[in-house]
Design a binder for this molecule. Structure first.
Ligand SMILES: C[S@@+](CC[C@H](N)C(=O)[O-])C[C@H]1O[C@@H](n2cnc3c(N)ncnc32)[C@H](O)[C@@H]1O
Length: 232
């Protein structure tokens, strides 16, 4: 009887160790490989190129959707001019081990660059955006929810926050080039309330595609990275 109980306990222990090992591996993975999005590193080099080309003096930047702070966050912080201000907004509600597991990688990004930049951190849903100062941001990077209604609202809010004389609104996950055909595809897929699809083996986010094209003019799309110059 005791041996049977011990065996059950041992199985329980082994399953627990295995479960926690998997969770731990998933947790440390971003430290080893960088942000999961690092795989699409061309997006980050395009973002870097766009920043370097357009912004020579200190700017105000808003990032909506930071995650671990290892992808766009790191690229933005490392490439904006000295003394710029950088605000990152994320609800950071996803968890792998604890609800704070984004904190360490995020802080490593901040600590490494805090000497050069003024960094503000807002832990909130993007619904907080209307509380920020209007007509005050030079660059706004949007990479939070990928659902049409959310992205549309985020871009609509970003347009109000963007400096009126010149600003750039940009983001990720707009995989297909601008065309009437792709717009139709996005429009039909968006009804299904699924945020991403695989088309010919490649990911496609219809909500992002549609919102970007509904909200902005002259959108430039390269390898999923999109941007639009807002000028009045
Ligand atoms: C794709 S990740 C951002 C990746 C990051 N920009 C990078 O390049 O590594 C999306 C992030 O947006 C956040 N998010 C999703 N919906 C949001 C919302 N409605 N408001 C604020 N943050 C949101 C998630 O918590 C997640 O951290």
């Amino acid at each position: 009887m005791i041996i049977k109980k011990l065996r059950v306990y041992l199985y329980y222990l082994l399953i627990n160790i295995f479960y926690n090992f998997i969770k731990f591996t998933i947790f440390v993975l971003p430290f080893i490989i960088g942000s999961p999005k690092k795989f699409n590193s061309s997006r980050l080099s395009l973002l870097k190129k766009m920043i370097k080309k357009n912004f020579k003096k200190k700017i105000n930047v808003l990032e909506v959707g930071t995650h671990y702070g290892l992808g766009s966050t790191q690229t933005i912080i490392n490439n904006i001019p000295k003394n710029s201000s950088f605000t990152c907004l994320d609800m950071w509600s996803h968890r792998i081990i604890t609800k704070y597991d984004y904190l360490l990688p995020f802080l490593s990004t901040i600590v490494n660059t805090a000497d050069k930049k003024n960094i503000n951190i807002i832990k909130s849903s993007s619904r907080f955006m209307p509380s920020l100062k209007k007509n005050s941001y030079d660059l706004i990077y949007i990479d939070a929810s990928h659902f049409y209604d959310d992205v549309s609202k985020d871009i609509a809010n970003a347009k109000k926050l963007a400096k009126k004389n010149f600003a750039i609104i940009c983001g990720d996950d707009c995989e297909l080039p601008t065309s009437k055909e792709n717009y139709k595809i996005a429009k039909s897929l968006v009804k299904n309330k699924k945020d991403q699809y695989k088309i010919n083996g490649k990911f496609f986010h219809p909500g992002v595609y549609l919102a970007v094209h509904d909200q902005l003019k002259n959108v430039v799309i390269k390898n999923g990275f999109w941007y639009s110059v807002v000028k009045n």
